[in-house]
Design a protein around this ligand. Structure first.
Ligand SMILES: Cc1cc2nc3c(=O)[nH]c(=O)nc-3n(C[C@H](O)[C@H](O)[C@H](O)COP(=O)(O)OP(=O)(O)OC[C@H]3O[C@@H](n4cnc5c(N)ncnc54)[C@H](O)[C@@H]3O)c2cc1C
Length: 419
C-alpha cells in the first residue's frame, strides 16, 4: 500500500514537451495538476530533436506512393529512411493504412486539418517562452533547405508555392550565390536554398522543456516520479500508485509519446501506432566555422542544427522496434555526406549517438481529446515529426477542452475515437 497520498484535479502522465505543455496550460487555467514521469522532464524524445518549431510543416510526412521511390526505400537505398526486414510483419498493418491516407485527396484533407494546428505553433511557443523567461533559448529567423541539384530545387519550390498559396507559410528563394552568402561555411557549388522565414529554432530543446516545467511549478504545479503503467480507476477518478506514494486526480491525461499505448491498451484503446526512430550527434566545428540557421540536406534527408552544445546532426526515420538496440546505420551513412556539405563540421562531441522515437499515427494526425468510453481520461500523443512544434498548441487545445472553454479550432479531426 502506498505511503504518501497526493491529490490534484488532473494527473498528466508524461513530462515530454507535450505533457509539460498540457500540464502548464491546465495549471494556468486554475486546475491543480500533478505531472508524473518515470524520469526527469524532457528526457524522452523531446530531448534530442532538431529543435525546429516548424511553422512551414503544413504538409505532414507522407508515405511514398511513386513506385520508383517506393523501390528505393524498399531496398534501403535512401539515407532518409531505413528499416530492418524483421520489422516488416509488424509494420505491414500500419504501413497499409499510412499508404492509404497518403493518397492525394485524403492527404490534402489531412494537411488542411494539420495546418489548423501548425498555424499556431510559433505564437503558442513564444507566449509560453515569454511567461517562462525562456526567450533566449529561441532563435527566430527560420531554417534552410539546401539543394545540391536544380531538379530537386524545382520540386521543392513547387511544393513551397502550394504551401504559401493555401496555408500562408512564407519563404525566400536563394540562388547558389545567395545561399553561399547566407551560410559561408557550406561547400561551394550548391544549386540553391529555400529559406523558410517563419519557423523558430530552439538552441537547446531539453532546456526549453525544463524552462516550461519550472514555469508550471511556479504556478503551483507539482512534478512526481511514477510509473504511468500503474494508472487505474480509483479515488476521485484516476490514480497511479506504488509502494511509496499514490497520486490521484479527478481527470488524467496520457501524454507519453511513443510509450502511450502501454497505458491505453490495457484500457481498451489500441490505435495502430508505430515509431520512426532517429539519432543525433553533436560536432564542434573547426576554427570559426558555424551555421547561421539550421540547414537540411534535401538530397540525403538529415539536418544540421546549430545549438548551444555544437552543430547537432539529426537523422531521418528508422523503422525498428522502439526498444531494439540502437543501429545508427543512417548516422554512419550521412556523416561523410554532412562533411561534404559542411567541410569544417569538426569532431564528434558525444561518446555515443543519441536515439529517440517519434510517435506516429497512420493518418499523420496527433491524437488529442477524450478517451473513448473512459470518463475523465484524455489523450495528447502521436505527434510524429512535429511534437516539439505542437506541444504548446496541443496544451492550449486540450486544456480548453478539459475546462469547458471553446477550443481555438475544431478538434474533431484529432479525436481519439477515429481509430
Ligand atoms: C531525430 C529527431 C528529430 C526531430 N526533430 C523535430 C523537430 O525539429 N521539430 C519537431 O517539432 N519535432 C521533432 N521531432 C519529434 C519530436 O521530438 C517528438 O514528436 C516529441 O518530442 C514528442 O514529445 P512527447 O512529449 O509526445 O514525447 P516524449 O518527449 O518522448 O515524452 C514522453 C515521456 O513519457 C515518459 N514515460 C514513458 N513511459 C513512462 C511510464 N511508464 N511512466 C512514466 N513516464 C513514462 C518518458 O520518460 C518521457 O519523458 C524529432 C524527433 C527525432 C527523433
Amino acid at each position: 500500500m502506498a505511503g504518501r497520498i497526493e491529490e490534484a484535479d488532473v494527473l498528466v502522465l508524461g513530462a515530454g514537451i507535450v505533457g509539460v505543455s498540457i500540464a502548464t496550460h491546465l495549471q494556468m487555467r486554475g486546475r491543480q495538476t500533478i505531472l508524473v514521469d518515470r524520469g526527469g522532464p524532457g528526457e524522452g524524445t523531446s530531448f534530442g530533436n532538431a529543435g525546429l518549431i516548424q511553422r512551414e510543416a503544413v504538409f505532414p510526412h507522407l508515405f511514398p506512393r511513386d513506385l520508383g521511390e517506393l523501390l528505393r526505400y524498399a531496398l534501403n537505398l535512401k539515407t532518409e529512411a531505413h528499416y530492418s526486414a524483421t520489422m516488416l510483419p509488424h509494420l505491414l498493418g500500419p504501413f497499409l493504412r499510412y499508404w492509404y491516407h497518403s493518397e492525394t485527396g485524403r492527404y490534402l484533407a489531412i494537411s488542411r486539418d494539420y495546418a489548423r494546428l501548425i498555424a499556431h505553433c510559433v505564437e503558442d511557443h513564444l507566449a509560453l517562452a515569454k511567461l517562462a523567461g525562456a526567450e533566449d533559448i529561441l532563435r527566430p529567423g527560420g531554417w534552410t533547405m539546401a539543394h545540391r541539384d536544380q531538379r530537386s530545387f524545382a520540386r521543392t519550390l513547387k511544393e513551397a508555392e502550394a504551401a504559401r498559396r493555401e496555408f500562408g507559410v512564407d519563404y525566400d528563394v536563394w540562388c547558389g550565390n545567395e545561399l553561399a552568402a547566407a551560410e559561408p561555411h557550406l561547400a561551394p557549388g550548391l544549386a540553391g536554398g529555400l529559406h523558410w522565414t517563419q519557423p523558430v529554432a530552439v538552441l537547446d530543446p531539453h532546456a526549453l522543456t525544463l524552462a516550461y516545467t519550472a514555469y508550471f511549478k511556479s504556478l503551483g504545479g507539482r512534478i512526481e516520479r511514477g510509473d504511468a503503467r500503474r494508472l487505474q480507476r480509483g479515488g476521485p477518478g484516476w490514480e497511479v500508485a506504488d509502494e511509496t506514494a499514490m497520486f490521484r486526480g479527478r481527470d488524467a491525461v496520457v501524454a507519453l509519446g511513443a510509450w502511450s499505448t502501454e497505458v491505453t491498451k490495457p484500457l481498451g484503446y489500441d490505435p495502430p501506432m508505430f515509431v520512426k526512430r532517429g539519432y543525433h550527434m553533436h560536432y564542434r566545428p573547426d576554427g570559426n566555422a558555424g551555421l547561421n540557421h539550421p540547414v537540411f540536406d534535401v538530397s540525403h534527408g538529415y539536418m544540421l542544427a546549430p545549438m548551444r552544445r555544437g552543430i547537432r546532426l539529426t537523422t531521418g526515420a528508422e523503422f525498428a522496434h522502439r526498444d531494439a538496440p540502437p543501429t545508427p546505420v543512417q548516422l554512419a551513412r550521412v556523416e561523410p555526406l554532412a562533411r561534404g556539405l559542411m567541410p569544417d563540421l569538426g569532431r564528434r562531441l558525444d561518446p555515443e549517438p543519441w536515439l529517440g522515437s517519434r510517435p506516429c499515427t497512420p493518418d499523420m494526425l496527433p491524437i488529442i481529446g477524450p478517451a473513448p468510453g473512459q470518463g475523465g481520461l484524455w489523450f495528447g500523443f502521436g505527434h510524429g515529426h512535429q511534437g516539439l512544434t505542437l506541444g504548446p498548441t496541443t496544451g492550449r487545445m486540450l486544456a480548453a477542452m478539459m475546462t469547458g472553454e471553446e477550443p481555438f479550432t475544431d478538434p474533431a479531426a484529432f479525436r481519439p475515437d477515429r481509430f
